[in-house]
Design a protein around this ligand. Structure first.
Ligand code: SF4
Length: 509
């Protein structure tokens, strides 16, 4: 998680400091098979303790730690998996991440080299591996990629609804999880799987891919080499080129070369989909960039702007970007705007919020907005603007009216920003206008703080009624409670110089 500007808590410092301990704990849990010993229906504490191949008292402390951190929970003498462990740490879960955990352990060794790599300016020469070691690592790598793709492919597929039939080519297809998920969702499509011959050989026995063998073919080869025989084999035009977590493995020149060779294969109405961690679409991209420095020869994380520029320079100028819930994003590019996948209007609003300088934009269900009478009493008895400003009580909505109004909206977005308040308010109005234009015809904004449009307010004869908006707190909304509900850290100010942030609500439908 990125540290928010207002977060000065020691707790965050400590969580960051000790994150590796939790990572080690999860790995040890996976290694010990404790989730399988506990089982889907639970097991007696003592049986689990005795089944672990360690000193009994130490095993008890290990179990207690897992309980303390929410990986297991105890009811009387019984132990149970938590829902989190059930999904991610249990071998019987289709979404388990056990290969990922084991692969991360190998990556941790490379992170130990950070100082040396920074001094060197590039990755250190990797240790030579035997053929068997290489194959084992490749299998583990593909397994880890597959587990993550099982989760991320669903998010990716939600951003695209293509025509009934077509051909998709995935480059750097890895475990084939994205390609398989796409073909399973779109039965009229054919697929081309491109990756290194070693990868194709390792993955070709995967039962999911075998099931799709009549609709998919392999094109083994090295995309980096312009004279690889694979290019001769890739002659049919395709509707969709997918590159998932691929471009970050190479430098700019290699990527430009690959695109130059690939784009002639794209039909005039075709679409390129680049799914990756980007520097500017979430904090994960920043960390991933160093990760690439440590683990690849010249790979790095790109931002959406430079990726879009590269595609534009190659005659694919129309771009749309969709950040995905797990921290990656997909960038679509096409030669004509009308061929781009439909854009999720909610994601457009989030992006617009970032452009306007809001520090956070968080979706919220309007009925969950806490509204209470005590908030109005705080206005009446403690605020100098009471009765003075046209957007302050008693000229605003009563809490009961606010509750009714909130029930009339399906969704909303909380917008967090910084002073000056007048600019913040103007940006909020811009957000409301954008939402309206994007089809949210009921878009209605509630601001944070008193109206600052005019230097001198005329409360009963407002100069700019089209611009004024009630503040959330003036209508009885408990803004601190609301922030908590949305996972936004908001603290009371101890001093005037403390970091101030405003919270507003844009109701949408
Ligand atoms: S727009 Fe001006 S007059 Fe109207 S409420 Fe705001 S400050 Fe007062």
């Amino acid at each position: 998680m990125m540290i928010q500007p207002q977060d000065i808590s020691y707790r965050t410092f400590y969580d960051k400091l000790t994150g590796y301990r939790v990572s080690r704990l999860m790995l040890q849990a996976a290694r010990s098979g404790i989730m399988e010993i506990v089982g889907p229906d639970g097991n007696a504490y003592e049986s689990v303790q005795n089944a672990l191949p360690w000193d009994t008292r130490a095993a008890g402390r290990f179990i207690d730690t897992l309980c303390g951190l929410g990986f297991l929970f105890r009811r009387g003498t019984m132990l149970f998996r938590s829902p989190f462990s059930q999904i991610y740490l249990s071998a019987d879960s289709p979404r388990n991440q056990l290969n990922t955990l084991h692969f991360e352990e190998k990556l941790q060794d490379n992170w130990q080299q950070l100082e040396k790599v920074l001094t060197n300016g590039a990755r250190l020469q990797p240790v030579d591996k035997s053929d068997e070691e290489y194959r084992q690592d490749l299998r583990l790598f593909l397994g880890a990629m597959d587990e993550s793709a099982q989760i991320r492919s669903r998010e990716l597929l939600e951003t695209i609804s293509p025509q009934e039939t077509g051909t998709i080519m995935e480059i750097g297809a890895g475990s084939g999880a994205y390609l398989a998920a796409f073909l399973e969702t779109h039965p009229g499509w054919q697929g081309i799987f491109c990756d290194l011959p070693d990868v194709v050989e390792t993955i070709a026995t995967d039962h999911r891919l075998i099931r799709l063998k009549n609709r998919m073919r392999y094109a083994p080869g090295n995309l980096l080499l312009p004279d690889d025989p694979m290019w001769k084999d890739l002659s049919e035009p395709v509707d969709l080129i997918l590159a998932s977590n691929f471009f970050h493995c190479q430098g700019e020149e290699e990527n430009a070369g690959i695109l130059q060779r690939l784009l002639p294969l794209l039909k005039p109405e075709g679409v390129v989909a680049i799914h990756d961690f980007f520097k500017d679409t979430g904090h994960r991209g920043a960390l991933y960039d160093l990760h690439m420095m440590l683990n690849t020869y010249n790979g790095r994380v790109y931002d959406t702007e430079e990726t879009a520029s590269l595609l534009k320079s190659m005659g694919v100028p129309f771009i749309s970007i969709h950040p995905l819930p797990s921290g990656s994003a997909v960038l679509y590019a096409s030669r004509r705007a009308k061929y781009l996948p439909e854009v999720d209007p909610f994601q457009v609003l989030k992006r617009k919020a970032t452009e306007l300088g809001f520090t956070q934009a968080v979706a919220i269900s309007p009925p969950k907005v806490p509204v209470a009478r005590w908030v109005r009493e705080k206005c009446r008895t403690g605020c100098p603007n009471y009765g003075i400003k046209g957007t302050c009580p008693p000229r605003t909505m009563e809490p009961e009216q606010m509750k009714t109004l909130l029930r009339e909206f399906k969704t909303g977005i909380l917008l967090v920003g910084e002073p000056p308040l007048r600019t913040y308010h103007e940006n909020l109005l811009e957000m409301e206008k954008t939402a309206f234009k994007r089809g949210f015809h009921k878009a209605l904004a509630f601001t944070g703080g008193p109206c600052t449009i005019c230097d001198q307010c005329r409360p009963d004869n407002c100069r700019y009624p089209a611009k004024r908006r009630y503040s959330l707190e003036s209508c009885g909304c408990d803004v601190f409670g609301l922030a908590k509900e949305a996972g936004i850290i908001l603290t009371t100010l101890e001093q005037k110089t403390d970091y101030v942030q405003y919270i507003s609500l844009l109701l949408l439908e």
